[in-house]
Write a protein that binds this ligand. Structure first.
Ligand SMILES: Nc1ncnc2c1ncn2[C@@H]1O[C@H](COP(=O)(O)OP(=O)(O)OP(=O)(O)O)[C@@H](O)[C@H]1O
Length: 313
């Protein structure tokens, strides 16, 4: 399980109301200034374990900036973010990823020359135990499980003997932990490609994939880090209605796999259809926090969306 390396920053556990879900992430009075621009103005909200929380607001409201503060890209001017009882603010993005927060980007950021499978395998790296020297020099050997041993399958006598020798050596001397981790990563990555519905594209180079598949691939890569909290930044951008419908189902399935989800999205039908709760920002300030139904009837939210009802927006 992801555990922070330093214990000194561990905060007292966040109080929990009887019967209430555990608070997984807490944004606490966060202010972020870029020179004279106040991008986030005393923003506070919580994300509960197992929920799908929508983060909405008009353009420039501060949604992506909130993601960036949560994932360590920006350090808040004041206030802090706590995740799973530990302070996030001030940590580097890779460390925050290991703590269990993962994200996708508004503008897709894949490794364009790598295959879909390789892109997802990169995501599994943060969970590997073997260091670079350990991998290069095969420093660590572990006793493999029976199914991990080299198989003896050939009918050609000489080849069969060679396979038998390899199997016996693996039984006696063990196998490189790096090799076993790579094999497990490949298996897990293939399963994730299947989960997001693009297993047939595993060996295609990412830049050649259709746009919708690139978005799904980003989600698979983010899931490969085994996040407790997955942050999706406008995952439906550029999707047609049928693709949005599939995405809605996928987001629910992600939650059902045990991940908590934070969703930034402009498509209100999607937000209202999939979220349990919605936080609304306007000009860097939180103006509403409630169920999709409550928020869509909130006069301040309606005014923020230029007088239209949220459904219409
Ligand atoms: N690196 C930066 N430097 C200066 N100002 C920034 C920076 N990043 C964001 N801002 C400003 O912070 C404010 C919030 O921007 P942000 O991108 O978080 O909004 P958003 O709600 O995600 O908008 P959109 O829906 O258009 O993506 C905007 O005024 C933006 O110009």
């Amino acid at each position: 399980m992801s555990e922070t390396s330093s214990t000194e920053a561990r905060e007292p556990s966040i109080p929990r109301q009887p019967g209430a879900r555990r608070t997984l992430l807490e944004v606490d009075q966060v202010v972020l200034r870029f020179g004279g621009v106040v991008a986030l103005n005393d923003v506070s909200f919580q994300i509960h374990e197992g929920e799908i929380l929508g983060l909405i607001g008009p353009n420039g409201a501060g949604k992506t900036t909130t993601f960036n503060v949560m994932t360590g890209v920006f350090k808040p001017t004041s206030g802090q973010v706590r995740f799973d009882g530990a302070r996030v603010s001030g940590r580097k993005p890779p460390e925050i990823s290991r703590m269990g927060i993962s994200r996708t980007f508004q503008n897709i950021r894949l490794f364009p020359e790598m295959t879909a499978l390789e892109n997802v395998m990169v995501g599994t790296d943060s969970r590997h135990k073997t260091s670079v020297p350990g991998a290069l020099f095969r420093l660590y050997r572990v006793r493999p499980k029976p199914e991990e041993l080299p198989q003896v399958t050939s009918d050609v006598p000489l080849l069969r003997i060679w396979q038998q020798v390899r199997r016996t050596c693996a039984q006696i001397f063990g196998l490189s932990r790096h090799i076993l981790e790579e094999r497990a990563a490949e298996k897990k990555s293939l399963e994730l490609l299947q989960f997001v519905g693009i297993e047939g594209r595993a060996n295609e180079v990412a830049r050649n994939l259709p746009y919708g598949d690139q978005r799904r691939l980003e989600i698979a890569r983010a899931l490969a880090t085994e996040p407790k909290l997955l942050c999706l930044d406008e995952p439906a951008a550029g999707f047609n209605p049928a693709e949005k419908e599939q995405l809605l189902t996928l987001i629910r399935q992600i939650r059902d796999r045990g991940h908590t989800v934070l969703l930034i999205e402009h498509d209100m039908r999607l937000v209202m259809g999939v979220t349990d709760r919605v936080v609304v920002l306007e000009f860097g300030t939180k103006i509403a926090d409630g169920s999709p139904d409550e928020v869509s009837r909130d006069p301040r939210v309606i005014a923020a969306y230029l007088g239209e009802s949220v459904d219409a927006a």
